[in-house]
Design a protein around this ligand. Structure first.
Ligand SMILES: Nc1ncnc2c1ncn2[C@@H]1O[C@H](COP(=O)(O)OP(=O)(O)OP(=O)(O)O)[C@@H](O)[C@H]1O
Ligand SMILES: [Mg+2]
Length: 132
């Protein structure tokens, strides 16, 4: 049986996890933050995104989590074109991603455990499977 990690990283056997073609993005009427971005990240691969403050790293991640939409170009995630994905379909797609925010985004009224467990609860996991 083929090594599952090798198979997942094989571009011939799985669609790219992320694929951007000619993507442009900006805020309001200001100059574009991202211009004609082409990017392919194969399934199972590992990457760092680096650049100076204001380079557009968070903006790119916002596009990948569908928190923002591009003004130009196309974005595919897990082999699906999501450029114009209806809003109601975004939560299901987001459940396939793990995001750790720079500024925590914790909910004040929940304990640390409940904050960490929330995505599992929303995904329908049984407490017995994740509670100690
Ligand atoms: N909500 C916003 N409204 C208007 N302009 C914004 C907004 N968010 C970011 N920008 C501008 O977009 C550009 C890219 O910002 P972005 O936050 O993507 O950069 P970054 O690479 O993540 O920076 P940092 O390393 O400081 O986190 C910057 O010029 C920033 O001022
Ligand atoms: Mg940032």
């Amino acid at each position: 049986m083929p090594d599952p990690i090798r198979r997942a990283a094989d571009p011939d056997s799985a669609p790219d996890a992320v694929r951007l073609r000619g993507v442009g993005f900006g805020y309001g009427g200001r100059p574009a933050v991202l211009r004609d971005v082409n990017l392919s990240l194969p399934n199972g691969s590992f990457h760092f995104l680096t650049g100076p403050s204001g380079a557009g790293k968070s903006s790119l991640l916002r596009l990948l989590t569908l928190a923002a939409r591009p003004q130009a170009g196309r974005i595919s995630l897990f082999g699906q074109d999501v450029t114009q994905l209806p809003r109601r379909e975004v939560p299901a797609l987001r459940r396939r991603m793990g995001v750790i925010f720079q500024d925590f985004r914790l909910l004040d009224h929940l304990s640390a455990f409940d904050n960490a467990a929330l995505p599992l609860r929303l995904a329908g996991e049984r407490p017995a499977d994740y509670a100690a």
